[in-house]
Write a protein of this length. Structure first.
Lengths: 194, 375
C-alpha cells in the first residue's frame, strides 16, 4: 500500500538496517509512476528509465539519511524532475518541455470498498473519462489522486501556480462528472444550456 | 441571464467538489458546496459517484516489467558498489559466456587469495606467540553482568545506553561493542533505553530472536524456562528477526510486542497429532494494568509484579520465584491451574501469598526458600 506511514517504515528499514528487501519494495512501488512522470518531461523512455534508476542509486548511497526525509514521494518526484531538467539543459539534449504533447498512462485501480452503489461498469467509465483528459490535466489529476500530493506540492513540482492546479482539477472533475452523468439517465443535465 | 448564473455556479461547483474530494477545501468552501447541493439536489448523485476518488488508490501490483527494471537497476548499482549485488543473490547469475571467461580469472584470484590468507595467518600466529598469552587472552575479553534470583541491577553501557537487568539474567558484550554494531547477548529479561545512534545499530541476541534498534526504549524477556520470548516496545521502532527463520522480520511500533514461542522450529513443522492452538509468532498490543494503567510488560523495573487475568498460578509462581528467589512447588496440579490476577510491589513473599489466599482456595507452607502449595 502507498500510505505515507508504510513508506516511512520502509525508509526506516533501509536507513537503519540496510534492508535490501525494503529497498526493492520502495523501487517497485515508485518506479511505475516515476518513469511516466520523467517521460512527460524528457520525452524518452530510455532516458527516463536511466534517470529514475540514477535517483534510486542516490537513495541507496544516502540511505543512512533516508529516515530524515519527511515526504519521500515528493522527494523522489522532485529529484526525478530536477535530474530531467538538468539533462534537458545539457547542450547535448536540447529540447523543449511541453507536457501537452505527452500521452500519459493511468495505471491505478480505483477501489471502492464501501460504496456498493458504484458499479464496475461505472468505474470503467470513470477510467475511460480519465484517459480522455488533456495531457496536462491528466498529469495533475494523477499527481493529486494517484500519488496523493497536495495542490501546493503539485504546483511546486510542475512550477505552476496553485490556482492552475485548482483549475485543472476542477476541469478534470467536470469532465469525468459530465461523462458519467451522460450514462446515468436519472441525472438531469442541470448545467447544460437548454 | 439565468444561464450565465448557472454556468458560473457550475464552474464553482466543480471547483469546490474537486477541492473537497482532494481534501483541499476549507470550512467556508465546504459550506458553500452544501448550499449549492441544497439548491440542485440532482447534483448529489454526481457528487456521490465522484467521491470514489476520496478512497485510497490501489496501485497496480508491480508487474514483471518493473521486476526486470529492478534487475537492471541492481546491475547498474553493482557497477558502483560491488557489495550491493550480494544483497540480491537471485540476480547475480551472470550470462554463460561471461561466467566462463571470468572463471579462469576467478580461479587465479582464489589461489592468490588463499596464499595471502595463509601467509597472514602464519604472520598473526607467530606474532601472537611473540607477544605472549596476554595478547591472546585480550582478544576474548567480554564484559558480563549477571543477576541472582531475587535481585535486579541497572547498568550503563559504553555508549551511554541504560539497561535494567531483571532477576536470574545475564548480559554480555564483547570489546568490539560500538565499533560497527552495538551488540549484546541476553539470557533472561532486560529493559533497554538505547541512546540514538543510527550509524551503530544496537542488536540484542537471544536464543530465539535477534532484536535490532537505533534508539528506543523496550523490554526483552527471554528466559529459557518460559514458554515464550517477548519483545515489547515503548518508544521508537524495533526490528525483530526470528532465529533459524531468515527473512521473517517483524517491525514493531510503540505499544506493540511480539511473542515468539521458545520452541520455534527452523521450518514450520506440521504436527498432525499434536494440536497447535497458539501461533508460534504473534504481535499484540502492550497490556495496561487497569488499576493504575501502568504497562504490565515493564512493571518489573518499578519492582512491581503484575499478573493478568489469564495467567495460571503456575505462571505466576514462576515470576514469584524470580522476584523473591524462592522455590515454589505445587502438590495439587489443580491449584497450579488457577487463573489469577493482581499486583505486588514491596510485599514479602508471605504477605503476597496471604493476599492471594483471600481469593483462592489453597494453603502454603514456607520452609526457608522452599514453598509448598497444596489444597
Amino acid at each position: 500500500m502507498r500510505k505515507l506511514e508504510n513508506i516511512r517504515l520502509l525508509q526506516q528499514a533501509i536507513a537503519c538496517f540496510d534492508d535490501a528487501q525494503a529497498y526493492k519494495q520502495l523501487f517497485l512501488l515508485f518506479y511505475p509512476s516515476l518513469v511516466p512522470f520523467a517521460v512527460s518531461i524528457i520525452r524518452s523512455k530510455e532516458l527516463a528509465e536511466e534517470i529514475v534508476s540514477d535517483v534510486f542509486i542516490k537513495v541507496w548511497q544516502r540511505r543512512h539519511q533516508l529516515d530524515k526525509v519527511e515526504n519521500l514521494p515528493f522527494y523522489l518526484f522532485t529529484a526525478v524532475k530536477n535530474k530531467c531538467i538538468s539533462r534537458l539543459n545539457d547542450p547535448k539534449h536540447k529540447a523543449q518541455i511541453d507536457i501537452n504533447d505527452v500521452t500519459f498512462e493511468f495505471k491505478s485501480i480505483y477501489h471502492d470498498p464501501e460504496q456498493k452503489m458504484i458499479s464496475a461498469e461505472m468505474i470503467r467509465q470513470i477510467h475511460a473519462a480519465i484517459q480522455d483528459l488533456p495531457p496536462r490535466c491528466k498529469l495533475i489529476f494523477k499527481l493529486v489522486k494517484e500519488e496523493g500530493f497536495k495542490y501546493k506540492e503539485v504546483a511546486q513540482l510542475l512550477q505552476v501556480s496553485v490556482k492552475t492546479v485548482e483549475n485543472q482539477m476542477s476541469l478534470a472533475f467536470k469532465k469525468i462528472g459530465t461523462a458519467i452523468k451522460l450514462k446515468l439517465p436519472h441525472l438531469t443535465a442541470t448545467f447544460s444550456k437548454n | 441571464m439565468d444561464i450565465l448564473i448557472a454556468n458560473m455556479t457550475a464552474d464553482r461547483f466543480w471547483e469546490l467538489l474537486s477541492k473537497k474530494i482532494s481534501a483541499e477545501a476549507n470550512e467556508p468552501e465546504l459550506r458553500e458546496l452544501e448550499e449549492i447541493l441544497g439548491h440542485y439536489p440532482e447534483l448529489q448523485n454526481t457528487a456521490d459517484a465522484l467521491s470514489v476518488f476520496q478512497n485510497e488508490l490501489v496501485p497496480v501490483e508491480s508487474d514483471s516489467e518493473t521486476e526486470q527494471a529492478f534487475e537492471r537497476h541492481v546491475g547498474r548499482v553493482a557497477e558502483i558498489d560491488p557489495d550491493f549485488a550480494k544483497l540480491y543473490p537471485q540476480y547475480s547469475s551472470e550470462s554463460e559466456v561471461e561466467s566462463r571467461k571470468s572463471a579462469k580469472i576467478k580461479r587465479w584470484a582464489i589461489s592468490i587469495l588463499t596464499i595471502l590468507i595463509l601467509a597472514s595467518l602464519l604472520f598473526i600466529l607467530r606474532n601472537n606467540k611473540v607477544s605472549g598469552d596476554a595478547a591472546s587472552g585480550k582478544r576474548a575479553v567480554q564484559s558480563q553482568v549477571s543477576t541472582k534470583p531475587g535481585s535486579k541491577t541497572q547498568i550503563q553501557l559504553p555508549d551511554g545506553s541504560t539497561v535494567w537487568l531483571n532477576a536470574s539474567s545475564n548480559l554480555t558484550y564483547g570489546d568490539n561493542f560500538g565499533k560497527k554494531f552495538r551488540e549484546v547477548n541476553l539470557n533472561g529479561e532486560a529493559f533497554f533505553d538505547v541512546v540514538k545512534d543510527p550509524a551503530h545499530p544496537f542488536i540484542i541476541h537471544t536464543s530465539v530472536v535477534d532484536v535490532k534498534v537505533l534508539g528506543t526504549a523496550f523490554n526483552v524477556r527471554s528466559y529459557p524456562n518460559d514458554a515464550n520470548t517477548e519483545t515489547s516496545v515503548l518508544r521508537g521502532k524495533v526490528e525483530v528477526t526470528v532465529k533459524n527463520r531468515e527473512n521473517t522480520k517483524y517491525y514493531l511500533d510503540p505499544n506493540e510486542k511480539v511473542i515468539v514461542a521458545n520452541t520455534v522450529t527452523p521450518i514450520d513443522v506440521v504436527r498432525p497429532r499434536q494440536q497447535q492452538t497458539k501461533p508460534l509468532v504473534s504481535i499484540q498490543p502492550l497490556t495496561y494494568y487497569h488499576i493504575d494503567s501502568s504497562i504490565i510488560e515493564t512493571s518489573w523495573v518499578d519492582n512491581k509484579l503484575i499478573f493478568q487475568e489469564n495467567e495460571t498460578f503456575q505462571e505466576v509462581a514462576l515470576k514469584m520465584e524470580r522476584k523473591y528467589d524462592v522455590h515454589i512447588r505445587f502438590v495439587d496440579p489443580q491449584v497450579a491451574e488457577y487463573r489469577m490476577y493482581g499486583s505486588f510491589t514491596n510485599e514479602t513473599i508471605k504477605q503476597a501469598l496471604d493476599a492471594l489466599k483471600i481469593g483462592f482456595d489453597f494453603n502454603f507452607k514456607i520452609n526457608k526458600d522452599d514453598i509448598i502449595i497444596s489444597k
